[in-house]
Design a binder for this molecule. Sequence first.
Ligand code: SAM
Length: 433
Amino acid sequence: MNDARALAAQALDQVVRGGVSLRSAFTEVAPRLADPRDRALVSALLHEGARWWLRYDAVLGRLLQKPLRGREPVVHALLVVGLVQLAVLGLPEYAAVAGTVEAVRALKRPQLAGLVNAVLRRFLRERAVLDAAVAADRALATAHPPWLVQQLAQDWPDDIDAILAANNAPAALVLRANRRRTTPAALVARLLDAGHAAAVHAWLPDAVVLDDSTDVTRLPGYAQGEFSVQDGAAQLAPDLLDLRDGLRVLDACAAPGGKSAHCLERHALDLLALDRDAQRLEPMRDNFARLGLNATIAAGDAADAASWWDGRAFDRILLDAPCSATGVIRRQPDIRLHRRAGDIERAAAEQAQLLDRLWPLLRPGGRLVYATCSVLPRENAGQIATFLARTPDAQARDLVPARFGRAAGSGRQNLPGVDGMDGFFYAVVDKAA
Ligand SMILES: C[S@@+](CC[C@H](N)C(=O)[O-])C[C@H]1O[C@@H](n2cnc3c(N)ncnc32)[C@H](O)[C@@H]1O
């Protein structure tokens, strides 16, 4: 079976019910689609289906007399895929409806073809009423889980609508030029030559912004390691770490290696890239090889130094901590389907433990940079405030550029979409000499 919509429905069902990540779900179906246009369609259906699931699942609740979710979950997912084609992607009505009816046959459910046709046509007739019904509920209207909307309303009462809107808006593709191989200006020239609208970032020293999203592996210079994909908000680490050649650096949560690579592109470092997830190390090795970088890569739990540390203190530690990822929902829409309210406290406890266990590994006079892609103060300003309160030799430094986000306790917080960047938090903490 290679029907694009049917494959998208199966993959979306895997994401929603199976807890599979969008990335893995797409990686699994992509090889079954020979035509790049089909691959692009499945990618769009899958991403927008996950982004808008919570809204169109509720709309289906109003359109179906008997719910399909329990009995025919893949057809239920196909109906969401159908609604997304009409309401989000703006595909021509005839093509969207006929294609979705065809897909239900490809799923070997021809007996449901009439139902699929009728539901999609009813949506088109009653759309205004259905839209008005969900508009009254902020969580449904913006397709976010209620717990997250409540949390954001508490944490960011003046910004919540902007955050929810940014999570549903497209994000620009941002590259990081590999300083060892090129410059941002030379990379832009090369991309423009190849017909891609690209520009050097207004203030980040290594960033290049592309207007359209595209398969980056086909862009000129990719194979030669001239660039990587990395949101602008993630490109602050080397400057905040105040690196110099020869420093001994620990990237405690390194995979897939974006920030480690950036540091190594800038300086010749004795860098240990550690990650607990051994499966994420192989792609990191491949990536370092493509970019021409050298580091020690190791699997290990950063909170259990005895299992991997040789006892030599680090000059710098980057703790890009595991977090709720609530700042990158626009790029990873499945986060809203997979996170639960209880995950936040668990993540905060893990972050606190990592801070406490890594601190003794830093030499006196050394620096730790704490980063998350979360927008929740519990994981960010609040986390750093309690760490500082219990760590007498730790002193926060006010070094994150004022152009980045806004002051948040001892660090700075960017909210998603602000300055075109992801939601991100940084704090810089120095150890007394
Ligand atoms: C936010 S990601 C890191 C992104 C990475 N710094 C980059 O820029 O590409 C968090 C990583 O932390 C790892 N991780 C979580 N807990 C860990 C622990 N206790 N020790 C080491 N790594 C951990 C996860 O496997 C995940 O790869």
